[in-house]
Design a protein around this ligand. Structure first.
Ligand SMILES: C[S@@+](CC[C@H](N)C(=O)[O-])C[C@H]1O[C@@H](n2cnc3c(N)ncnc32)[C@H](O)[C@@H]1O
Length: 316
C-alpha cells in the first residue's frame, strides 16, 4: 500500500521568556527564562479553535468570548451570513468583521450539525455535535490542522478503559461526520487525532453563573502543567487565553495553574482529589500551600469567576 505523506507538523512559537522542558512523570511544561513580577502576564495564547455551545451563542461573542448576561438581551451583532441560523453572535461590528472570512467557511455547516436547542438531546448526540463543531472551527483556521498535534502528549489516548474508548469512538464519528460535510484533504484518522487533543487541553469558557458555555484549544496553554497550589492564574480576555503570575517568579521556575476551578472556594486538597478522580494523575504540591492560597484568595477578589475558569477534563 502506498504510504500517505503527511505535511510536517508546524513547530510551536514559544515567546523568548519561556522554554519547553520535559518533566519526569508529568510530560512537557513551560519554564521561565526571565524573571516575572507578581501580576505580570506571563503567557498570552491565541486559541486555534473553539466551540461556543449552541445555548450560549447569543450571549458569548464568537470572536473575543466577551459575554453578556444570559438573563438579558442578546449580543447586538448576529452573524450576517445570508439566511444564517447558526446562532453565532458578536459583541461588536469589528469582532464580526474580524471573524467573517473564517466563519463564512463553516457557517451553514455549523447549523447543519446543531439540532434544535429545544429538543432534549442525548448526551452522546451533544458530544458528537460538540466535536464536529470543534473540527469545523479547526478547519476554518488558515493555519494547518496538524499544528494541533503539538498538543498531543507522548502517551496518547488508547481504548484501554471504557471511558476512553467511548471518547475515541466519538472522535472517530466526528471525523466521519465532517467528511460528509466538506472535502477533507488529510488522511483518515488525522481529524479525530486533532480533536482528541481537547481531552487533555480544553480551556473552558464560563457564563456568569459558572456554567460552561464552550471551550477553546490553545496550543501553548496546552504545554502548561497543573498544580493544586499554582503560581499562575488562568483567564480568558479579548479572545486570548492568558496566565498571570500570582507571585514573583524566578528564572528556571516552571509555571503552573490549576486545571480545576480555584474560584469556588475550593481547598488545595479538594483540587488534588478532583484531579486524581477526573484526570487520572496524582499532583504533588509545587509550593507551600499557605503561600499559594493567600495569592489565590487575592486573585479571586480581583477577577470574576468566569475568568478563573480552567481547563476541564471532558466527561462524556
Ligand atoms: C494540558 S497538558 C500539559 C502538557 C503535558 N505535560 C504534555 O506533555 O503535553 C495536561 C496533561 O499533562 C499531564 N500533567 C499536567 N500536570 C501534571 C502534574 N502536575 N503531574 C503529572 N502530570 C501532569 C497530564 O497527563 C495531563 O493530562
Amino acid at each position: 500500500m502506498a504510504s500517505v505523506l503527511l505535511p510536517p507538523i508546524p513547530p510551536l512559537t514559544v515567546p523568548p521568556h519561556l522554554r519547553i522542558i520535559d518533566v519526569a512523570g508529568a510530560g512537557r511544561n513551560l519554564v521561565l527564562a526571565e524573571r516575572q513580577a507578581e501580576g505580570a502576564v506571563v503567557l498570552v495564547d491565541e486559541p486555534f479553535c473553539h466551540i461556543v455551545h449552541q445555548r450560549f451563542r447569543r450571549f458569548t461573542c464568537d470572536n473575543c468570548y466577551n459575554f453578556t448576561s444570559i438573563d438579558g438581551p442578546n449580543l447586538r451583532f448576529p452573524c450576517s451570513e445570508t439566511s444564517s441560523s447558526c446562532g453565532v453572535h458578536y459583541c461588536s461590528a469589528s469582532c464580526r468583521s474580524l471573524k467573517k472570512s473564517r466563519h463564512s467557511k463553516v457557517c451553514s455547516l455549523t447549523n447543519l450539525v446543531s439540532s434544535s436547542p429545544r429538543k432534549k438531546k442525548k448526551s452522546s448526540d451533544k458530544a458528537l455535535e460538540t466535536y464536529v463543531n470543534l473540527l469545523l472551527s479547526a478547519v476554518s483556521n488558515p493555519s494547518p490542522l496538524r499544528y494541533l498535534e503539538n498538543c498531543l502528549p507522548e502517551t496518547p489516548l488508547t481504548p484501554s478503559t471504557p471511558g476512553k474508548s467511548k471518547r475515541l469512538t466519538t472522535y472517530s464519528s466526528a471525523e466521519s461526520t465532517l467528511r460528509t460535510l466538506l472535502p477533507c484533504p488529510l488522511p483518515s484518522g488525522s481529524y479525530s487525532r486533532a480533536v482528541s487533543t481537547s481531552h487533555f487541553n480544553a480551556v473552558g469558557l464560563y457564563d456568569e453563573y459558572g456554567e460552561e458555555s464552550g471551550f477553546v484549544l490553545s496550543p501553548l496553554m496546552a504545554m502548561v502543567n497543573h498544580s493544586c497550589y499554582p503560581n499562575c492564574g488562568q483567564y480568558v480576555e479579548d479572545g486570548k487565553v492568558k496566565l498571570r503570575a500570582l507571585r514573583d517568579l524566578e528564572v528556571g521556575e516552571e509555571i503552573f495553574y490549576s486545571y480545576v476551578s480555584i474560584g469556588g472556594g475550593t481547598t488545595g486538597e479538594e483540587r488534588r482529589k478532583d484531579i486524581e478522580g477526573n484526570w487520572g494523575f496524582v499532583s504533588q504540591p509545587h509550593q507551600s500551600p499557605s503561600r499559594s492560597s493567600k495569592k489565590i484568595a487575592n486573585m479571586k477578589g480581583e477577577m470574576s469567576f468566569r475568568q478563573l475558569g480552567n481547563v476541564r477534563s471532558l466527561k462524556l
